[in-house]
Design a protein around this ligand. Sequence first.
Ligand code: SF4
Length: 744
Amino acid sequence: MARGATADSGSRGRHCVSLVPYGLNQQHPNSYKDMLSAFWENHDSLGYAWRILNDGCCDGCALGTTGMRDWTMSGIHLCAVRLQLLRLNTMPAMDWRRLEDVAGLTKRSGEDLRKLGRLAVPMVRRKGDRGFRRVSWDDALSLIAERLRSLDPHRIAWYVTSRGLTNEAYYAHQKVARFIGTNHVDTSARVCHAPSTSAMMSTVGCAATTCSYSDWIGSDLIVFVGTNPANNQPVSTKYLYYAKKAGTKIFLVNPYLEPGLERYWIPSVTKSALFGTRLADDFFQIRVGGDIPFFYGVLKHLVENDWLDRDFIATRTAGWDAVEAQVKGLNWEGLEPGAGQSRAEMLRFARAFGQAKSAIIVWSMGVTQHRYGTDNVKAIVNLQLARGNVGRPHTGLMPIRGHSGVQGGAEMGAMPGAYVMGYAVNEENARRFSRPDYWGFEPPAWKGMGSTEVIAAAERGEIDALWQSGGNFLDTLPEPDRVRRALERIGLRVHQDIVLSSSILADPADTVVLLPSRTRYEQRGGGTETSSERRVIYSPEIPGPRPGEARDEWEIPVMVARQLDPERAAPAFPWKDTQDIRNEIDRVCATYKGIANLRRKGDNFQYGGARLLADRFLTPDGLGHFTAVSLPEETVPEGRFILATRRGRQFNSMVLGPVDPLNGAGRDAILMSAEDAAQLGLSAGDAVILRNELGEFHGHLKIDRVAPGSLQAYWPEVNSLLPAGRLDVSGVPDYNAIVEVLRG
Ligand code: SF4
């Protein structure tokens, strides 16, 4: 689609991409090949793999399923991400003796380490040891309990991955952390969407998506900002197919024209599988970090043309006058270069947006993982409030989540600022939770740190113990060398996981304990997940093999709490299985009332109903709050580029394919505009070096449709160029960097 192109007129097949069947002449994911390779990978356990797919709730992204069905459409719901993750659940245990000497493992890629098999026995490695030695569960638990008992809780931290875990596991982990006395508890959810949480809480009073996926179908307009659901939530392209059939227009606001949002071949829709589907109707190519000036420019046009919902602004919102004054004071000469879009382009967006009767804005990491992530989200909220686009059918704010545990993890209290959803960490709530009808022990009321702050504190020698359930800081955070130094200064590291990762192999400062965990499908009594649209979904226990001595995810920290202080732990953790945990969540978390009734495949409820904010906002005064955010002060020195990180054929750090099937780029690709390449005298495929004060990255040039002046390269390959200290006010790292480009 050419920039600025609009939807084709109403001829039949107007959304088709190509008459060549299956898009054989085009670059796009080959879903049939993915199915075949999943079949081959799981050929030794096909029955179990099928039961997981057919009965379990997908452990991939946060769209949410029951088996291979969902609540948005009637067709099959399955994608390559889920198939690629399947082997993590079905593969046999690794030979634990391989860990007795880690020298041969430290050079291996993350994928190679995962392929060794599931972790099956508890192990311990001490400072100076060549590797881990096998221990009994009793010895491992006693060692951890004894050490934690002797430490200052302010120097103990907890981190729980957002991939694959259940609400019950998050709740158990964070409750144990609070039982031990620390509020340094976090999930990777916050590294993704903490800016959305902080911006939405202060403006509309809730942090969750305000509408349902089904609202996409029939909305006048869906705007995707800084997000690539074709890669991260692939089945959403099927929702978009149905939305287009219902007449919905799709706009993209991004520095890169994402090929998967421009057009997609949806494998389970025959016509689309054969001829493809054009998704995007228009594209607005902002510069990296140009969100706020762009949205201010759009708002300026809305004001100048009176494309506003004045009734809504007057009756349901506060703070408009300040924003209107701010908008009127801004001039186009400042907004255009900041946004990377002309006044006319912003008018084109404003006209369609201002005249749409309903619109949904969807965003993710391209908006949040910036130094100004929170303000970026507030600028999006401003637009939706100005048009009254919340609470009505086909309208809403949607911070779309990438991982199955992102929504529930934070809501179950695996974050520094809340004991559980609705109960912020403070003295009053600490006293409330000390009552027997809550926890029966008083949790700490001091301010805890998020994971990026914890790693910085560890580098300074201020963290004595870190419990990591899943996750891999070494492969995900900026400046991996500093992350390694930080991990190797922590006296006690507990890694609870299903497979090996590079972080597990980092040298011990004193002791590293490895605890093998079960997956969600192996967990006794099943478990629940909360999807992006606030749907709490039951995933049953799936009969099948269980690796070695692995224990249920929720049970492992609880066993440590019982060893650490049996007397206090007995009433605090009376749980036998996940049903007991659901009963407790039902009692202490009003929003999750009803979770105790989820017992069978398909059981679910959507808290808050299909749409939030229909009658009032959830802020203390019941109003939606506009914010007069400042324009970002970001200058790129002459001759330098702003580098944004992108995800390719991957799913966080667990799935990493060598080629991005959406654009054909290898993992060392550096995406640059044709205009910039011509100016530098570079051609496609040239060896190129990206350099800044932190280091160098050697890659190959791919000329593509990125905004001039900006580059894109793959995460985590370029993490060594990202400055660790550049954080949004919510604590999320800025995953962008200023670099120079040299011929390789
Ligand atoms: S789109 Fe997400 S929820 Fe759906 S199958 Fe794929 S990974 Fe699972």
